[in-house]
Design a protein around this ligand. Structure first.
Ligand SMILES: [Zn+2]
Ligand SMILES: [Zn+2]
Length: 261
């Protein structure tokens, strides 16, 4: 059962094509999807899409680079009551804009962790150029009690172990297939198979051999195949493992899929 653990159907260039992108992915063997929110303004649309397509789960949150209005903890918890929502996020730290004061991002991140704790849901963490601070904020907010996934994981083995020690799953994206990602591939080969997920982050980060195109959830197999080769297992084994891991990471998704009672 192949699962795209992180994608954004609503951010495809032609939003109207979300239904056909989903149909294409299903025709290519992708069974489940986590359609991740980047802004609370889109929660209603995400939930509506998930209600029409039960194999698509949704999340609630404001991306670290997202422009306000800033959701309160209560608002996030309130969003999380909707049955389609299986996680809080994406949240985290993104230092891609260069030097500056990122205290506000840290506060936003902490509020999302608290909302997840209250709602009893895992978090989806986005961490870009901020490995040490991501670990520090997760530790400082006792995020081990919340759990979740570090999406689009690109850090070194030492950071991976700190995140694994906090109970987080690590999700690999199309970056794993990029020509210049040799050190990430070396790290990915050594990660524990029972803690790995795969994702497209569609419409971003199209994997080889689709680079330069708008990324589609149907290409998650390219990431999975690359990870399976690195871990020296068959793609069937990696497919089953990452599906098991996904439903352990997101228990409400397992419930919604009817896999647990
Ligand atoms: Zn992200
Ligand atoms: Zn994303």
């Amino acid at each position: 059962m192949l699962i795209d653990s992180h994608c954004h159907f609503h951010l495809l260039e032609d939003v109207e094509s979300a239904d056909s992108a989903l149909a294409d992915a299903k025709a290519n063997g992708v069974s489940y999807f986590l359609n991740v929110a980047v802004n609370p303004g889109e929660h209603a649309r995400l939930c509506e899409f998930s209600a029409r397509h039960p194999e698509v789960f949704a999340s609630a949150g404001l991306h670290p680079c997202g422009k306000g209005p800033e959701p309160t903890i209560e608002e996030l918890v309130d969003y999380a009551q909707r049955p389609e929502i299986v996680a809080i996020g994406e949240t985290g730290l993104d230092y891609g804009a260069g030097e500056g004061d990122y205290t506000w991002q840290e506060e936003r991140f902490s509020r999302h962790i608290e909302a997840a704790r209250v709602a009893g849901l895992p978090i989806i963490v986005h961490s870009r150029l901020a490995p040490a601070d991501t670990v520090r904020v997760l530790q400082g907010n006792a995020a081990d009690a919340v759990g979740g996934v570090i999406h689009c994981f690109v850090e070194d083995l030492k950071t991976a172990h700190k995140l694994l020690d906090l109970g987080f799953f690590l999700s690999l994206s199309g970056i794993l297939t990029f020509r210049n990602a040799e050190s990430l591939r070396r790290t990915a080969a050594k990660l524990p198979i029972d803690r790995l997920l795969v994702e497209t982050d569609s419409p971003y980060l199209a994997p080889v051999p689709h680079r330069g195109q708008e990324n589609r959830p149907q290409w998650v197999f390219e990431v999975l195949k690359c990870l399976a080769d690195l871990q020296r297992v068959d793609s069937e084994v990696m497919t089953e493992k990452t599906a098991e891991n996904f439903f352990r990471c997101f228990p409400r998704a397992a419930q919604r899929a009817g896999l647990v009672t």
